[in-house]
Structures are given as structure tokens and as C-alpha cells.
Design a protein around this ligand. Structure first.
Ligand code: NDP
Length: 246
């Protein structure tokens, strides 16, 4: 049985990868969780069952975060089910690596529409509808510091997220809502592993002084810290959770 907080956490892109680990961890910490997904309905529903089996409370809610109307409906769903939202975790994202000269419009538009506009869509709803005293946690990436070739558009969307994070923290003055970003280093999910030869994965894994890839649970622990009582005084910051890669 989990400890109950009566607080509601909405996690975007929680059907798999880092988002699923965040949803599971927040549920274990006593949050009621809205498990957002885009296409992976079965995985999202399986996660909800897993949370419920452990005594937690959760629902799955489909919404393409790039669509402002779908995001408004996502908040409607959360409010109808649980009253309001106390914690927003903007986790959903995609990565499509390509040198700038080889990047077509479709690649650019997709990464911007999901990573940047998608996070903007949920942040706008949160600004209008979130309960006072809440927490917002945006997923950036340590590529904003590493700035390797091929990561241009992806890193640009994440740099924009870090800027939005600090601006919005100031805009929430008077409402006791903190806004922070977590910037993981490489984590062994589909987003990172997809298309990388094993040799490259191993080389990247050794790049951090702690000499391994991050686990989704490493990132979930960082998010849980910012969402929980111990993170109360952190505001407007980007916290790199990456084993020291940068
Ligand atoms: P995954 O590809 O493993 O999972 C992505 C999740 O996002 C899925 O649940 C997917 O849902 C969801 N999603 C994708 N597009 C949308 C959309 N338009 N609307 C709603 N949900 C969507 O990625 P990770 O877990 O690796 O990444 C999570 C976050 O962490 C991302 O923001 C990523 O940029 C960031 N990050 C990841 C790192 C890594 O090395 N893995 C490093 C640094 C940052 P569905 O299954 O339904 O498609």
C-alpha cells in the first residue's frame, strides 16, 4: 500500500520509457497519476493495472500533446476524474537526429511540434488550471550542454524548454507553483537506442564518469525529488541527472 497524498500528477508520454518509470514512482510516492500516451494504449493500460495492483490510483488518457485541443481535453479528463492537477510532468518527446544541412522540414516540424509546442500546450493549460502549490517538471536533455553534431534541432527544442522553465517559474509568483526542468543524459530507452549500433551505445555508456547509461528509474527519482516535499525550495532550475557526462 502506498502513502496517500491526495495529489494528482499528470505525466505526459507515460506509456513507456522514462515517463512510465516516472508515473510508477509518483504512484508509489502516493500521487494519483494520469498516464498520458499518444498511441501505446495497451502499454498505458497495463501500467495503470500495475499501479492499481500495488494499491495506487491511476487512469490512462490518450492525447497527442502537439494538438492544443487534445491537451485541453486531457486536462478536462484529469479534472473530471480527480478534481484538478497538482503536478505536471512534461515528459513526452521525440528525437530525430540529423545534421542541420540534411534535416528536412518534416523532421524539424515534428520535433518542434511535439517537444516544444507540445510542452507549451500543457504548460499553458497548467498555468490556467493548475491548483496553487503545484509542481511543474519539464524534461530537457543534457544534449543542451553536450551540443554534439546531429543533435541541432533536438537540442534547440530542449534549450527552448529550459528557457520556458525559468520564465514560467517567475510567472507563477504568488501561486506557490514551482517550475523546474530535469535534463537526463543518455538513458537506455527506445528513444536513445533506436538506430544506434551496439558499439556506439557502449561508447556512449562509458562517457559519463559513472560509466553506465542512465536507467529510467534514475530519472524518475530526480523527478520525484522535485515533485515531493524535499524539492520545495528548488524553482526555475534545470537539474542535470546524467552520471556526470557534462
Ligand atoms: P521513449 O521514446 O521511450 O518514450 C516516449 C514517450 O512519449 C512514449 O510514452 C510516447 O507515447 C510519448 N509520446 C511521443 N509523442 C507523443 C505525443 N505527440 N503526445 C503524447 N505522447 C507522446 O522516450 P524516453 O522515455 O527516452 O524520453 C522521455 C523524455 O526524456 C523525452 O522528452 C526525451 O527527450 C527525454 N530525454 C531522453 C533521454 C534518453 O536518453 N532516453 C535523454 C534526455 C532526455 P506512445 O508510446 O503512445 O507513442
Amino acid at each position: 500500500m502506498t502513502q496517500q497524498t491526495n495529489k494528482v500528477a499528470l505525466v505526459t508520454g507515460a506509456s513507456r520509457g522514462i515517463g512510465a518509470a516516472i508515473a510508477e514512482r509518483l504512484a508509489a510516492d502516493g500521487f494519483t497519476v494520469v498516464v498520458n500516451y499518444a498511441g501505446s494504449q495497451a502499454a498505458a493500460e497495463a501500467l495503470v493495472r500495475k499501479i492499481e495492483d500495488k494499491g495506487g490510483k491511476a487512469i490512462a488518457a490518450r492525447a497527442d500533446i502537439a494538438d492544443p485541443a487534445a491537451v485541453a481535453r486531457l486536462f478536462d479528463t484529469a479534472e473530471a476524474a480527480f478534481g484538478s492537477v497538482d503536478v505536471l510532468v512534461n515528459n513526452a518527446g521525440i528525437m530525430a537526429l540529423s545534421p542541420v544541412g540534411d534535416t528536412d522540414d518534416e523532421n524539424f516540424d515534428r520535433q518542434v511540434s511535439i517537444n516544444l509546442k507540445g510542452s507549451f500546450n500543457t504548460l499553458r493549460e497548467a498555468a490556467r488550471r493548475m491548483r496553487d502549490g503545484g509542481r511543474i517538471i519539464n524534461l530537457s536533455s543534457s544534449v543542451v550542454g553536450l551540443l554534439q553534431p546531429g543533435y541541432g534541432v533536438y537540442a534547440a527544442t530542449k534549450a527552448a524548454i529550459e528557457a520556458l522553465t525559468s520564465v514560467m517559474a517567475k510567472e507563477m509568483r504568488g501561486r506557490h507553483i514551482t517550475v523546474n526542468a530535469v535534463a537526463p543524459g543518455p538513458v537506455g530507452t527506445e528513444l536513445f537506442l533506436n538506430g544506434k549500433p551496439q558499439e556506439l551505445v557502449e561508447r556512449i555508456a562509458k562517457a559519463a564518469p559513472l560509466e553506465r547509461l542512465g536507467e529510467p528509474d534514475d530519472i524518475a527519482a530526480t523527478v520525484a525529488f522535485l515533485a515531493g516535499p524535499d524539492g520545495a525550495w528548488i524553482n526555475g532550475q534545470t537539474l542535470r541527472s546524467n552520471g556526470g557526462i557534462i
